[in-house]
Design a protein around this ligand. Structure first.
Ligand SMILES: [Ca+2]
Ligand SMILES: [Ca+2]
Length: 188
């Protein structure tokens, strides 16, 4: 009987330890670059997720969109990605085209092309684009909306190979979400 009690206690200790050692929430990590060409328009947008780096080209795609962030020189071909936040994904997101091969422009629409929420042309060396706190254009993600990332160029002749990285800064859990309105108020 004593042996059985010892075994039961040992099992309880093991289970308790396992629970106590449960890993904290695993934030999305940047995964190796993958080939996933963007869509030509919003209705054809390719899905992208946080912690993802995707690559493709704007060569051969049409010029469907343009936004003014400092410079007015429309005409470059563009491609579109869409990010759908899950129920537990809200907060600040950063994106960049810093590893691209041409003079890029990057901007984000919330829900549709009439609602621009962030735009950058030249923050990175080489006239490439970054949407971040550092560039003054972070992206606040609300799980009730979808977000369209448009990979564009500075002028009609600017097109080519791009790499788009999308990363989470703050958020993604309901607990942390309570702090987002405070941070958001500081920057918007
Ligand atoms: Ca364009
Ligand atoms: Ca640029």
């Amino acid at each position: 009987m004593r042996n059985i009690s010892v075994i039961v206690i040992a099992l309880l200790v093991a289970v308790t330890s396992a629970v106590a050692e449960k890993a904290p929430y695993d934030y999305p990590q940047m995964v190796p670059q993958i080939e996933r060409q963007g869509g030509d328009t919003i209705s054809q947008a390719t899905e992208i997720d946080l912690g993802t780096s995707v690559s493709g080209t704007t060569m051969g795609y049409s010029d469907d969109y343009d936004e003014i962030c400092d410079f007015v020189n429309p005409g470059a071909p563009d491609v579109v990605y869409v990010f759908w936040p899950g129920m537990c994904q809200n907060g600040w997101v950063e994106a960049n085209l810093c590893s691209s091969e041409y003079d890029t422009k990057l901007y984000v629409y919330e829900s549709d092309e009439n609602n621009l929420v962030a735009c950058n042309d030249d923050y990175c060396p080489g006239y490439m684009s970054e949407l971040s706190f550092e560039s003054g254009q972070p992206i606040y993600i609300d799980p009730e909306h979808r977000y369209y990332f448009v990979v564009d160029g500075y002028s009609p002749g600017d097109m080519g190979d791009y790499t788009l990285e999308l990363s989470l800064l703050y958020g993604s859990t309901p607990t942390q979400a309570s702090n987002f309105s405070i941070v958001k108020g500081l920057y918007r």
